[in-house]
Design a protein around this ligand. Structure first.
Ligand code: FPP
Length: 265
């Protein structure tokens, strides 16, 4: 969806903008590929799982910063459909970590009016995690603070296939005329239905790939790559990413006002 229903002004917590950033040009929605937990741990001679633990602290910090700075939505890539290929111990650790963090943080998410959603193929997750996800989603569904979307067992291609299946089912039942399927109808069947598309994608640890993340939704996002490893991501790194975003001329395939001046002269 390009510029749909929700606007940052819908949120109560339009926040303090850090110095050096233009408060009128803050991204409304940030997408985040949190990469580098393993390398962070290995560089310190620690087991990889310590990197994931430190990654949770970076995530809490980033969510609070985004909320305080008035950003409407943060969507993070926590576990991809490809991550099942990791060693069983690491996968089990991550599932247990998600459960522990959700249990531990639910009260403060609620107090801070965060609306949490989990996006992905959730039915294959451990049943305890599925129950916690349902509880957290229901409890926070009416909150008017930042939208916090946690992509878990998420893959962009799988999301597109699911959307195509749902549209085909509606058409086969006679509920949907295929000739009426346009970009808005298609986007309404994605996990992100109703959410603004991300304005800014940040990827940590220097990798320069999208890695099957939000393939539809990132169509016009600005991309910021930082060498910072995810556990070290902090206010300075977020400020730098937003400053980079604010330095770009977003044209959505058209001409910016600057280009128009040149075209006319
Ligand atoms: C990528 O680093 C990180 C992950 C696959 C896991 C990210 C998960 C968290 C930060 C915890 C989130 C918790 C909740 C409750 C949402 P990597 O392991 O690929 O690092 P590497 O590239 O250095 O090996």
């Amino acid at each position: 969806m390009s510029r749909p229903s929700v606007s940052r002004t819908d949120f109560n917590n339009v926040g303090a903008c850090p110095t050096g950033l233009d408060p009128r040009r803050m991204p409304e929605h940030i997408a985040m590929i949190m990469d580098g937990n393993g390398r962070w741990a290995e560089a310190k001679g620690l087991p990889r799982i310590m990197g994931h633990r430190a990654g949770v602290e970076a995530l809490k910090r980033t969510l609070r910063l985004c909320s305080d700075w008035g950003i409407g939505a943060l969507t993070v890539y926590a576990f991809s459909t490809e991550n099942w290929a990791r060693p069983g111990d690491e996968v089990n650790f991550l599932m247990a970590l998600f459960e522990r963090v959700l249990q531990r943080e639910l009260d403060s998410l609620q107090q801070e009016k965060v609306r949490i959603k989990f996006l992905g193929d959730l039915q294959v997750l451990p049943s305890k995690l599925q129950n916690l996800i349902s509880e957290a989603t229901a409890l926070t569904s009416e909150n008017n603070g930042i939208h916090f979307n946690v992509c878990t067992n998420y893959g962009g291609r799988r999301e597109l296939v699911f959307a195509a299946q749902k549209l085909a089912e509606r058409s086969a039942k006679g509920d949907l005329d295929p000739s009426l399927i346009d970009e808005n109808v298609f986007a309404s069947e994605l996990f992100t239905a109703g959410e603004l598309d991300p304005d800014l994608l940040i990827r940590t640890s220097g990798e320069r790939r999208i890695s099957n993340f939000l393939l539809w939704q990132l169509a016009y996002a600005e991309i910021h790559i930082t060498d910072t490893l995810w556990p070290d991501f902090d206010a300075t790194a977020l400020r730098e990413a937003i400053a980079d975003y604010q330095s770009r001329h977003r044209r959505f395939g058209g001409l910016s006002s600057i280009d128009s001046c040149y075209a006319e002269s």
